[in-house]
Structure formats: C-alpha cells, structure tokens
Design a protein around this ligand. Structure first.
Ligand SMILES: CC(C)(COP(=O)(O)OP(=O)(O)OC[C@H]1O[C@@H](n2cnc3c(N)ncnc32)[C@H](O)[C@@H]1OP(=O)(O)O)[C@@H](O)C(=O)NCCC(=O)NCCS
Length: 160
C-alpha cells in the first residue's frame, strides 16, 4: 500500500539516498557529483514543495511539482519524479505522477511539461505517454548517457 504525503526534513536523508542511487545509474537525470547534499536540499526543500511515497518500510519515492517558469509562463507546471531503484516497476511512479497531476489541476495550472526526458528512459517515456503526455520536441544528443553516450532528450507535454 503506497501513501503519498508532503515531505518533511525527517525524510531528507532517505530522499538524498534515493536521489544518489538514481543518479549513479547515469541513465535518467543530468545531475552528477556537483549536485551535492546542499544543492539537493536547496532544490528539493526550498522551491517547489516535495512529496514522498511511503510504504511500510518508509520513503520509497518522491516528486516535486511547481511552475515551469515564473510570471507569464507560470500557468504551466513541471515536475520531477524519482522512485527507489529497488521498487521501480511496481506502480509507485504511476501513483506519484497521478498525484502530481491532481495537485496541478487543483492549483489551477493549465498544463504540465517535462523539460528533459531522456529518450532511452523507457520507463519514464512510457509512463508519461500512458498518462496523456506526448512528445512536443526532441533535443538532439542532449544527454550524455553513462553507457550509451550521446542520446536525445524529449520535451513532453499535456494539457490538464
Ligand atoms: C521513471 C520512474 C519514475 C517510473 O516509476 P516506476 O515506479 O518505476 O514506474 P511504474 O511501476 O509506476 O510504471 C508505470 C508505467 O511505466 C511504464 N514502465 C515502467 N517501467 C517500464 C519498463 N522498464 N519498460 C517499459 N515501460 C515501463 C509502464 O507503462 C508502466 O505501466 P503499467 O503500470 O501499465 O505496467 C522510475 O522508474 C524512476 O524513478 N526512474 C529513475 C528516475 C527517472 O527516470 N525519473 C524521471 C525523469 S524524467
């Protein structure tokens, strides 16, 4: 049973561990060693509110969602999702994306956009497509994949 609730500082260490284990794979997110603990704190606890997915063993995933751009672009939301590698593929990501879509609607956003979905990240691309997102554009060779080298990234979008 997965529960989703706002993140608190008590969740910080687990969230940081999940973040590190995901970025180590080098196949989904552009962040590397320069994205340290302080940067993670800044990014996940001082801007858009973060939410966590929990089960009986604790925090297993997380997301943050907020305006993609300020002011004249602020009606479009954006979000970032991470699921702990040991529980990926079990529906946690879908629960997080659905939760973020509900929040985005209730907060008055008119669309959601993902700025940088690595084209080889099948789980993310298929999950987003299945929830109504389409590929709005392709950024050629925008991501330096740890194993595959330069691969495309997608901008994905849907109206709410
Ligand atoms: C992308 C991510 C958030 C998806 O979360 P998840 O819990 O692994 O995904 P789910 O189990 O909820 O899968 C939902 C759907 O995604 C697709 N999917 C998931 N894993 C897949 C895979 N390995 N191959 C193909 N499709 C897959 C399926 O369409 C699946 O639908 P289903 O429920 O009908 O099977 C998660 O894998 C993750 O954190 N990856 C690393 C970080 C990342 O890529 N974040 C997104 C950056 S844009």
């Amino acid at each position: 049973m997965v529960d989703i609730r706002p993140a608190s500082m008590d969740d910080f260490n687990t969230m940081w561990n999940i973040f590190q284990s995901v970025i180590e794979t080098g196949d989904a997110l552009p962040f590397g060693e320069s994205f340290d603990r302080d940067t993670f704190h800044q990014d996940w606890f001082t801007s858009h509110p973060a939410y966590v997915a929990t089960n009986e063993s604790g925090v297993i995933g997380m997301y943050k969602m907020g305006a993609n751009y300020p002011d004249l672009g602020a009606h479009v939301s954006s979000a970032t999702f991470l699921v702990s590698p040991d529980v990926q593929g079990k529906g946690v990501g879908r629960a997080l994306v659905c939760h973020s879509l509900e929040r985005a609607r209730s907060e008055g956003f008119s669309a959601m956009q993902f700025n940088y979905v690595v084209s080889t990240n099948v789980a993310a691309v298929e999950l987003y497509k299945s929830l109504g997102f389409s590929i709005a554009g392709t950024l050629p060779k925008a991501f330096r994949h740890k194993r595959l080298g330069l691969v495309d990234a997608y901008v994905m979008f849907r109206f709410l």
